[in-house]
Design a protein around this ligand. Sequence first.
Ligand code: ATP
Length: 431
Amino acid sequence: AAGGSAQAPRQYKLAPQRELRVEVLPDGPLRVRLVAGTAEIFGTELPPEGWVPVPPRSKVAIFTWHGATVELDGVSESEYTSDETPMVIYVNTHAILDARRSRARAAAAQGGVLEASQGPRVIVVGPTDSGKSTLCKMLLSWAAKQGWKPTYVDLDIGQGSITIPGCISATPIEKPIDIVDGIPLEMPLTYFYGHPNPSINPDVYKVLMKELAQTLDKQFSGNSESRAAGMIINTMGWVEGLGYELLLNAIETFEANVVLVLGQEKLWKMLKDAVQSKPNIDVVKLHKSEGVVLRNPKYRQKNRSFRIKEYFYGIANDLAPHSNVVNFSDVSVYKIGSGHQAPRSALPIGAEPVADPTRLVAVNISTDMVHTVLAVPYAKEPDEIISSNVAGFIHVTDVDIQRKKLTYIAPCPGDLPSKLLIASSLTWYEA
Ligand code: ATP
């Protein structure tokens, strides 16, 4: 049944291993309730009682292992049931990862070699709309349900699910991912790249991956539980050319030992061949779910701006950002990496101009910055910016060149924690 106009509350009786796929409209609202049995949304169980709001614009599957009756209330864009899902394969994959975690924990308890106490470092790869983020969520929630605290690493700067787009981030997952709130945001470790596309500056993207991986390694060395629980790494859907090269780079940088390839035989074969000299990496081919919803570039662009809006206003529009004004002289804005090379005329005769892709460039505040996002790094000095993770973001709402004042919104009141700011090409226009 397809929705559109007003819909009465309706019940679906789902046989074991069936799922109800629902697309929620941009302005929702839609809610779901478990009437009988048990069911989960991407690895997180529906509570036995009460209505659960399904966030606007989301596309979800309500899956049952043992059979369930669920009730929907509200308008949807589409809803239908299916019994063709790859869920059994996915949960079997989870079981194998879980056994590896237990082995790692046992090895840590015996104080053996460090290598043995490392749990699975899983990287999920595949073309766009193959269900990578969804598989990551399931693997994380199933692991958390069993008491593990795996680390979620999101390398997808286009449709990332931890903070805003343009970032790579990591965060520990301590309980199944909340259906409404999504990935917990209390303590993400975030590095700011500033663009939704890695080809703008792939070298910076690589440097940031390295910084993130090193920081996680440090954290794991003092925490055998996180080390044993391992990581689930989500990647971009760009799997050709430079995109493929960056995937190989990510596998190496994060020392992944399990590569899950979704929905593309060719990519699986290429990766398998590429890592064949490393016997401790398993490259596994998995089916993609037919339920994964295709999203066109326009949808993706829109979604990026929603993610930025959500950062300031909350998923349910329940946060109120704070507006603030600073003098140009109170802040220094930098950009990482410039495409600009030193002009030939400025170089000694015979020298070739080289662009340092990770060079820091001071930028003047201009009206071009209005509507863009700036990141606030923890760095105290400009030369620490590239290796620094970020505390948060601000959104520029006005630049007054004459009075030399910049107006911005921030999620918290008070002064900026740092004088330093990182510029980006990420924009969001208040509707
Ligand atoms: P990208 O690389 O483009 O970021 P992806 O491979 O990570 O995409 P997902 O984000 O996991 O793909 O899935 C795309 C959309 O399909 C999401 O909105 C997700 O919630 C939805 N989806 C995934 N699986 C199902 C399913 N079985 N039924 C309904 N919707 C689903």
